[in-house]
Design a protein. Structure first.
Lengths: 120, 120
């Protein structure tokens, strides 16, 4: 599986509600990278400055050449780390980025904010 | 302005609330095309099967090579047609797709669902 050909883009801009200091996206990014290392998986995780989903932090996007791009929100930097990695692996395993319902962990089923098609 | 190099992708899947027959996206797409013709503007408007923003119809995406992709919802097929065309023109006029606040008509300011970066 060419997992390394996709990118998990983590919005590091969002704040946690009224708490101006906690950045749930930055925490999620660190947790993802640490867990990928533990699981010996090679998936690119990159910070991105604002996915414009400010009301549903933490938020990530799955992107890859020739694939639909998914934006997923309502993510918890602890509870959803493994689910999110499994979601990214399902995404990587598709040809066009469209992941069948049965291959979506709960955080992917519940958190989709939008999806957009690849360049034509 | 290379307006023709961008694409306005209109989600034609959404239904209007409980009304299973009305497709606000399809109506919006037709209205956009008609108005572009009246204004003698060349911007590609394409249907897309589900942008996964089902709760905020009608929904469109602005996309273009090397640009951020914006998803915009809460669009009315009558009230927002000219605003949306002006939004698309602002998007087309940028190098990277990021439209300054002062260049965003109201429907663009209020309706952003998400944005995602161009392929790296």
């Amino acid at each position: 599986m060419a997992a390394s050909s996709i990118r998990v883009l983590v919005c590091t801009s969002c704040r946690a509600g009224e708490d101006a200091h906690t950045r749930p996206g930055a925490l999620l990014m660190d947790a993802l990278r640490a867990r990928l290392d533990e699981r010996n998986l090679d998936i690119a995780v990159e910070p991105v400055d604002c996915l414009a989903v400010c009301k549903r932090p933490a938020t990530v996007a799955f992107a890859g050449a020739g694939k639909w791009t998914y934006v997923i929100g309502d993510l918890d930097g602890v509870a959803h780390v493994d689910e999110l990695i499994d979601s990214a692996r399902s995404f990587a395993a598709t040809d066009n980025g469209i992941v069948a319902w049965q291959d979506r962990p709960p955080c992917f089923r519940k958190g989709v904010v939008s999806r957009t098609p690849p360049a034509s």
